[in-house]
Design a protein around this ligand. Sequence first.
Ligand SMILES: Cc1ncc(COP(=O)(O)O)c(C=O)c1O
Length: 413
Amino acid sequence: MTEQYLGLPIGPADTAFGLMAEYDADQHLNKVSLIAGAYRDENGQPWVLPSVKEAKARLAQDQNHEYLGIAGSPALINVAQSLTFGSNMTKNLDKSIASIQTVSGTGANHMAAHFLARHLRPKRVYIPSPTWINHQTIWAGVGIHIEEYPYYSAETRGVDLEGMLSVFETTAEERDVVVLQACAHNPTGVDLTHEQWARVAEVMKRKKLYVLFDSAYQGFATGDVNGDAWSIRYFVEQLIFNGEPDHPGLCVAQSFSKNFGLYGERVGVLHLVVPRHLAAQGARSELLGLARAEYSNPPRYGASIVETVLGNEELKGQWLRDLDTMSSRIKSMRRELRRRLESKETPGDWSVLESQIGMFSYTALSQKQVTRLREEFHIYLLPSGRVSICGLNEKNVEYVASAFREVIGFNSN
Ligand SMILES: Cc1ncc(COP(=O)(O)O)c(C=O)c1O
């Protein structure tokens, strides 16, 4: 075999993207993809939001292909701040916030990790177990020791609150970073209640832990943009407005991929929120330095779409209806899958399908069952048993439920 350049081994392919390629090559008529973290309409097709369509029509005359500034579009940053924190809190934060447009949510997470590794210098970063696969990759890339905290209990099929709190209580040290998903937890679909968030915030505040909110599903989760940002706003109240002066602060990595269906346009913003008695301008100029060295200027088109929609009352109203369309369809598919699995007396507790929120569900299917689904039924999901509910529709939900029944009924593990 030919030796690899620089001795570099060929790494494993990305699981999700590898499975998607396999799905694309599958010629079976009834094939179903429950892999991708992207919305699909009732015909299984990508959906361009009507609000986005209208914004694009309005932008059609816009012939501006100039560079954005290094920080990105100021108009995007304004609407992104208001969407995340609400307009009152944004006003009150004033000089305590430094925001920069990023290469979508991934770029915001990466920019945060890069910045924090260099300047906050935490001993460790805590990421949920399980979590979005890229958290691990991003933090490994900046050389910070990664610890996982228990997030999901397979036993209760809910949040393992006591497990996570006990890890923070016993092992976390001041200025360690804790990554929290703001809503619609990927991959479990299980979120904390307000009371549980309050308990987590209390520990973050008391132990002076730095919180990184990953916010990839605001509005997409439930259709309620304010409800989906509740955790972030509560933490800002607790850690910034009512926090100790030596609390290190928090940040929010915001993505517009899912809630605008702008996956390929790469629109995101990173918001750093610093303690009230300190100024954020130095941190902002450091973020600009990082951006300059990495990509110079973020992409313009997706930002124009988002700021056009959120900056116009009529388009924003349409966008809120679009969010409702997406989240309602997901809810109805959760209901349908549950109903069909239960009516077939499929072993397992399927009520969780409806108590989980957002795009993803943890089915508790074993790897063996997942393999059978793919090989015999041409139904594709991640080996962890995570399904993307978006891949379900009226035409395939019965087929999927029957296949689940089959693999669960004949194979207990
Ligand atoms: C939890 C979480 N964070 C961040 C992202 C980043 O998405 P993007 O880079 O497309 O904005 C995703 C996408 O799946 C996600 O699920």
